[in-house]
Design a binder for this molecule. Sequence first.
Ligand code: GTP
Ligand code: MN
Ligand code: MN
Length: 603
Amino acid sequence: MTLSASLPLTTPPVAPEPLARWVAEIAAITTPERIEWCDGSEAERQIVMNRLIRNGNAVRLNPAIRPDSYVMRSDPADLDDAGSRTYTCSVDPADAGPSNNWADPEHMRKILPSLFAGAMSGRIMYVVAFCMGPLGSPMARMGVQITDSAYLVANMHAMLRVGDDVLARLDPGASWVRGVHSVGRPLRDGRLASPMPRNLTKQVCHFPEDKEMWAYGAAHGSASILAWKPLALRSASTLARDEGWLAEHMALLRLTDPAGRQRHLAAAFPPGCGKTDLATLTSTLPGWKVETLSDDVAWIAPGPDGRLRAINPEAGMYGVVPSTGTALDAISRHTLFTDTAVTDDGDVWWESLGDPPATGVTDWTGQRWTPASGRPAARALARFAVSADQFPGMADSWDDPAGVVLDAIIVGSRRSRAVPLVRQARDWDHGVLMGATLLTEETVNDSVTETTERHDPFGMRRFCGYNLGDHWQHWLDVGDAVREAGAEPPPIFEVNWFRTDHEGRLLWPGFGDNVRVLAWIADRLDGRAQGVETPVGTLPAPGAIPLQGTEVTPATMAALLRLDPMDLLAECEDDMRYVEAFGDHTPRRLKEELCRTRTQLRA
Ligand code: GTP
Ligand code: MN
Ligand code: MN
């Protein structure tokens, strides 16, 4: 296949030669009608939105209610991610580890061109340069995504740094990540544009050695915004391993105490365990404040002084529609929604907003809906995309190119029993063990809520691009590197908002009241808060967590912090089985740490 002579290939003046050549190569395979280089401007955003509206992909909401906002509907058959069709094409299968599907890179390199052949016929091929992290930050990484989805371009505009500013800095010599995406719906033989084009054949391939990603068939952003989870976590985790930093599934926040002292905390929770809620919480403790730096991903690296620093690789959120006040402010205007219901007066609506609207409602599949319809009006994972500068709660340092120094690391998950509200790890290795053995009881899937237990180390089970056992070793190595540079790695804590009584009722109010636990953590960092040493770490002393203004009684707090040695021993055995399943990849130091805990529990 040759590049059509009539193809108006535009090369922006700043595009480095290797980029222009690669774009031409992909165009020769996919044969788009034309190529558009995205500049990231507001004018471009309007053009793309108008195209989406004209093709029936997007609906403009009532500007009097929700200015400059749009809703788009996915095909119900297009699932949130292409998990089982996502392949890590590393040269060595062992590099993919048991949590990833491995495929032979040579084989995939042969298949992909035929899958993508002519895939963009009749469509526009967009070239979107993006920067993950603040422009000019030594921790930032750049990339370019080619896509034939205007929906993706619109979403990337909202939640990433894209366009000319990035292109201008794209160093031809330096490495940048390449992503190719097609919805797999060429417009040939008179085929018309469809509301949310996609193809039932889905395939996502990562070539970690080549820093390249290919995604076919998916329209939904989770699988196809390649800079998002696929790069920010999956590819970046591998890059981070090779370069000595961490790309993690973490919220990043700034905690300010009544004296004005600021701390930066990163929290790793599995999906659906409340990272976004934590990063955007409204404090219920007078004088204490939480501000957001990142709701979902943090990139962490030792800084010039050896201490760990963190940045948010994104510049906004592609989040599940929220129930919290802070996020509601942020999405009051200038927002792209996907798969929400739409009211007859032109606003969006979803179940967790509470009372159904007074007007009629069209559900996310486009059908009329009433509370009696017996099905949800909005998709369980309906999303919004919004830029960070619209969030009233963003910390002013959120896009500081130097990043923020991490004062503490938190891990956590959903546990109805055994795990206390909060505890501090003995040291870095013990904290890494806590992260490696995170077990969570509930995973929110696309349309069902399962209540199963599953291990989800550091919340990275679905996102780590390499062997999870090696990931734990990498965490240990990063701690060692910090020490070798003469600094101390931050203390690690584990939290659990989800402990229940014997009738299954939650013991802890959670949400805004979680700031009380953060306050204890801050006091521990100062050496002020009292702690009780136990075999599983340091717990708060009675009365150490401020409870004024809550209905939590001292007895409830005691129940939240109670340790049952039988439960904990059983937990140790389960953890040992789990970490040992990674064979040679399981760090010896983690097994030793587990043995230490077990010995102390038996004593
Ligand atoms: P991803 O963005 O998918 O990685 O997940 P996340 O960690 O940001 O969690 P998400 O916001 O998707 O889900 C949070 C869920 O936990 C929601 O159902 C919240 O209502 C619930 N949640 C968050 N914080 C708390 C809390 O403190 N207590 C209780 N009981 N529930 C909480
Ligand atoms: Mn997430
Ligand atoms: Mn989230």
